[in-house]
Design a protein around this ligand. Structure first.
Ligand code: COI
Length: 348
């Protein structure tokens, strides 16, 4: 069912007890979540909204025992005139379908996914921050929820969406001070680095914590095949600029998450007249870059201020001018400040 198109307008009620000027990136439990089940290993039946709360799982569920699960991340943003916009939700749906195939799970169709996201946002519209204060981060999950002790895909799957108002992932969009990790790897060719599976994330906690203890803000991983090329920053794709050429690691080895923001930034950069290369990027090119930045739904477009590789530290001097231009353009489209010529936004 399509939600009624009217959304909270200026002067209408926002959720109480929230300091909209100080949103970070953490869970604020909101009114509703969405659940849809598949019990035959193939089809998802009619989903429903329910109050946000705990879920029940059999201790032998595929997600708990064997990590059979995927997640997505997308945002709903409020425009100056009070509309609520989603940004390319079909892309998240398609990525979930691709990941589900890799993880031997059925997936909601694009239509089911987008409809579920719209329903979730509409039901929680008072939690979509006022214009310019942040966004509603939407977290769809697809997990093996059936009881299945032996290895192999089961029949029962749960598609669930929860959401939370968020601000910047990195407070004040501060420039990152990255540690380039050369011993531990995030992804391997033929592995699952290119799909958003839940098991890609916690294995980096240890490396991340060790880097943070040394004062770094995050970790950039190198490819596991040669240990020579840059790949991904835990939760974000990386871009570098040299002259008029913007480069980002190629997706072709299956070790890079195909980010929706990554894809959008490539298009915006091409429109600005930059050359964009999706290629293998030796770490030396990162060290020699004029500018570096990262992209992702959570981080949006965030500058990289410095990188440290083994005993070499490089600071970027341009002050992130390209990064800022791309950020302004992307968020301009997302918030309705700039015309959406590409049809990327979808009103809830
Ligand atoms: C996102 O950008 O949506 C992500 O998935 C990052 C998340 C791990 C915080």
């Amino acid at each position: 069912m399509r939600p009624h198109p009217s959304c909270l307008k200026k002067g209408e009620i926002y959720a109480d007890g929230i300091n909209w000027d100080d949103l970070g990136f953490g869970l604020i439990p909101i009114d509703h979540m969405y659940t849809m089940k598949c019990s035959d290993g193939e089809n998802f039946s009619q989903g429903h909204l329910s109050p946000f709360g705990k879920i029940e799982l059999c201790p032998s569920a595929g997600i708990l025992n064997y990590g059979q699960g995927l997640f997505e991340g997308l945002k709903a943003t409020r425009t100056e005139d009070g509309r609520i916009m989603l940004f390319r939700p079909q892309e998240n749906a398609l990525r979930m379908i691709m990941g589900a195939e890799r993880m031997c799970m059925p997936s909601p169709s694009v239509e089911q996914f987008v409809d579920a996201v719209k329903q979730t946002v509409f039901a929680n519209k008072r939690w979509v921050p006022p214009p310019g204060k942040g966004s509603l981060y939407i977290r769809p999950l697809l997990v093996g929820s059936g009881s299945n002790l032996c290895l192999g895909p089961g029949l029962e799957y749960t598609f669930l969406i929860f959401a939370s108002p968020v601000g910047n992932y990195h407070k004040g969009r501060a420039a990152l001070n990255l540690y380039v990790e050369h011993k531990i790897h995030r992804a391997t060719p033929g592995g699952t680095g290119g799909v958003k599976c839940v098991t890609n994330y916690s294995p980096v906690y240890q490396t991340q914590q060790q880097a943070r203890a040394k004062g770094f803000s995050d970790v950039l991983f190198l490819d596991s095949a040669t240990g020579k090329n840059i790949e991904e920053i835990v939760l974000a794709n990386i871009f570098i600029l040299k002259g008029n050429v913007i480069s980002t690691p190629t997706l072709k080895h299956g070790t890079i998450l195909p980010g929706v923001t990554r894809k959008s930034i490539i298009d915006i950069a091409l429109d600005f007249g930059y050359q964009v290369a999706e290629r293998v990027i030796p770490v030396e090119d990162l060290l020699a870059a004029d500018e570096a930045f990262c992209t992702g739904t959570a981080v949006v477009v965030n500058p990289i201020g410095a990188v440290t590789y083994q005993d070499k530290r490089v600071e970027y001097k341009t002050g992130g001018a390209l990064c800022q231009k791309l950020y302004e353009t992307l968020t301009g489209i997302q918030t309705g400040r700039l015309e959406d010529k590409k049809g990327w936004t979808l009103e809830v």
